[in-house]
Ligand binder design. Structure first.
Ligand SMILES: Cc1cc2nc3c(=O)[nH]c(=O)nc-3n(C[C@H](O)[C@H](O)[C@H](O)COP(=O)(O)O)c2cc1C
Length: 218
């Protein structure tokens, strides 16, 4: 497909047809991801592919358990917010169990230029936090890789959902990766999930802002 057509076809896919995503296709997606630019060429990504339904279900259960634990505490302070959080997990996280493939995107911390230098000269926490968290080049690099992965997947006829709404349960998911899948990578942390499969028809996508609203010439 032409690049522009792939970009325009891409939308979040949360319902999938049954069927496998062959290894060659997954490797095409990962190869595209690996071609992305990254700060200092750190290539701070690693993709863990899960096809085993029992593992996916265990992950979903761990997210649900964490969600319930948080909801129980939240109920004591704000019932409406607690119920919203519970519903959000149901609608926008746990659907990944129905995807033929779940890819866990692992990343590692990138220390931005100027961070250690600021530290050396005794910069305050706000300045350090601003550089490390708000402008985070490591996550910018990872986003570029995930988008490449995503677009190649669409080009091959698949649909994806990029999920970070399970990140509050990341420790539990990393534990499953370690104990049930034997996967552990020094210095890497779970950053996102990608559910992948052939899309079911008629999935809605929200409107995008017009160019005039996201562009300023000065
Ligand atoms: C970093 C990131 C995290 C996201 N996390 C979730 C998620 O946890 N659950 C979900 O259903 N969608 C998630 N999405 C998908 C967004 O909701 C979606 O991209 C947005 O609503 C625009 O819709 P579109 O992708 O169909 O254009 C995420 C997207 C991005 C880029």
């Amino acid at each position: 497909m032409e690049l522009q057509a792939v970009i325009e076809k891409r939308q979040s896919i949360r319902r999938y047809k049954e069927g496998d995503v062959p290894k060659e296709h997954i490797e095409e997606m990962v190869r595209a991801a690996g071609l992305a630019p990254s700060g200092k060429n750190i290539q701070n990504w690693h993709f863990v592919v899960i096809k085993d339904k029992a593992i996916m279900e265990k992950m979903a259960a761990a997210i649900k358990a964490k969600n319930e634990e948080m909801v129980a505490e939240m109920m004591k302070v704000d019932e409406a917010k607690a119920l919203r959080f519970e519903k959000f997990a149901k609608n926008f996280t746990l659907f990944f169990v129905n995807a033929p493939v779940l890819t866990v995107v692992m990343s590692k911390v990138y220390t931005p230029s100027g961070y250690n230098e600021y530290k050396l000269i005794g910069a305050d926490d706000e300045t350090l936090k601003d550089l490390l968290h708000h402008r985070n080049p490591g996550m910018q690099s990872l986003g570029a890789a995930i988008e490449n992965f995503y677009l190649r997947a669409v080009d091959l006829g698949y649909g994806l959902c990029w999920l970070t709404s399970a990140n509050y349960a990341a420790a539990a998911l990393e534990k499953i990766l370690k104990e049930d899948c034997g996967f552990e990578k020094e210095g890497y942390f779970l950053a996102a999930l990608l559910s992948i499969g052939v899309p079911e028809d008629n999935q809605k996508s929200p409107a995008k802002l017009p160019v005039e609203e996201i562009l300023t010439y000065v």
